[in-house]
Design a binder for this molecule. Structure first.
Ligand code: FEO
Length: 396
């Protein structure tokens, strides 16, 4: 009943869509859902590359069996142990008790720890190969893209890279599986949001992985989430290089917290000055309205950032504190910044935002602007000049 999706004559897409889960890692919104990609190679030997999240098992195994019928699975290649990919390992070993599980020396203890499995495990090292018949998989470790055991494999005959979380995207595959079958532009924000939210902390490991994998002649990239790439490979490599260096384009994220509208007004004035000074890409976010997932994604996209917060009981507004904490956790460096803030009896937010920016080694474009009570003319002008300075810095 299931019409197979071929990557090549003997390689199949057997992934599934999840439109029910609201939060990825119980944290990141999935407005457009997510796909858990899995691949099947049915050669003289049969290999499955990664499973799916446990709750998706029934849909997934039906696709696997539609290709295999009664043939057994010889190998399960585990590129990554996060449970969105490893969740069906235990039940698969019960269905196919002779199947060998293929992982590296960091994978196998996790398989034991998560699923209690210690038998029929095959350890592979960097550069090892697995002959399946016409198809041959070579293994490359890519530690911290996204976990320490993360690994990718390259099918040499068809030159397909099974890239695990690397090059993944949020968003379900709505009919189209390959990037040339779907609206690539529709996915670009979800690709960057996935990268920034999930892998964004690990810029240096991504750079190392790009150097290692850059030597391969890639005809297709088959990640564990989102589209399979065969047309936009160069663009994906370019974006990963840019994002992992935290190199933003010309544009500014203005993110503010505001209880009664005073810090918001400062943000509005600054945003207007940035735009009037010629910067078209300005994104203004109220951190109490927009989930950090989307703000962080735009921080990865644009080089400029303005942060604003009122002082809340001698601290930052808690929702701004949450955003700043995530940016610090991810180590989003290489930005130019400005700071805004207001207070009623004693100011602390501007000082704290400035300290946070300095820990990230951001470059200031002007002095922070701090107002007591509502915005008055001199600080209005200071907010304006901050916006002008930001625009001039971006254009210089
Ligand atoms: Fe898609 Fe790190 O798991």
């Amino acid at each position: 009943m299931y019409k197979p999706v071929n990557l090549s004559e003997q390689i199949y897409y057997v992934g599934v869509n999840d439109r029910r889960t609201s939060l990825f890692e119980n944290m990141w919104p999935l407005d457009r859902g997510v796909s858990y990609n899995s691949y099947l190679i049915a050669d003289e030997k049969v290999a499955v590359i990664d499973t799916v999240e446990a709750g998706q098992f029934e849909k997934w195994i039906a696709k696997v069996r539609a290709v295999l019928n009664d043939r057994p699975i010889d190998y399960l290649v585990v590129n990554h142990m996060e449970p969105d990919h490893s969740g069906a390992i235990r039940i698969l070993t019960e269905l196919y008790p002779n199947m060998e599980i293929v992982g590296n020396k960091k994978t196998l203890p996790m398989i034991e720890g998560y699923y209690g499995i210690t038998t029929n495990c095959k350890e592979v090292k960097e550069g090892d190969s697995l002959e399946l018949g016409k198809n041959k998989l070579s293994f490359y470790t890519v530690p911290m893209v996204h976990w320490p055991e993360s690994m990718v494999c390259f099918e040499e005959t068809n030159q397909i890279l099974f890239s695990s979380d690397a090059f993944g995207s949020f968003g379900t595959l709505d009919g189209g599986i390959f990037d040339d079958e779907l609206d690539f532009d529709y996915f670009t924000d979800e690709m960057r949001r996935y990268y920034s939210n999930i892998v964004g902390k690990y810029g240096n490991p991504v750079q190392k992985a790009l150097q290692k994998l850059g030597a391969l002649d890639l005809k297709m990239i088959a990640p564990s989430h989102g589209p399979v790439y065969r047309e936009n490979i160069a663009q994906m490599l370019k974006w990963y290089d840019q994002w992992s260096k935290y190199e933003g384009e010309e544009g500014v994220v203005v993110a503010y917290a505001s209880m009664y509208g005073n810090t918001e007004e400062m943000a509005e004035v600054t945003a207007r000055a940035i735009a009037e000074s010629g910067i078209k890409n300005v994104r203004v976010y109220d951190v109490s309205k927009t989930h950090p997932s989307y703000i962080i994604s735009d921080v990865f996209k644009f080089k400029g950032i303005i942060l604003g917060s009122p002082t809340y009981s001698n601290e930052l507004h808690p929702n701004m504190e949450a955003l700043v904490s995530k940016l610090q956790h991810m180590g989003v460096s290489n930005h130019v910044y400005g700071i805004l803030g207001s207070y009623t009896w004693a100011g602390a937010s501007v000082k704290k935002l400035n300290e946070a920016a300095q820990t990230l080694k951001w470059e200031p474009v002007a002095e922070p602007v701090e107002e007591k009570h509502s915005l008055k003319e001199d600080k209005y002008e200071a907010c304006w000049q901050l916006g002008v300075a930001m625009a001039e810095k971006l254009k210089s």
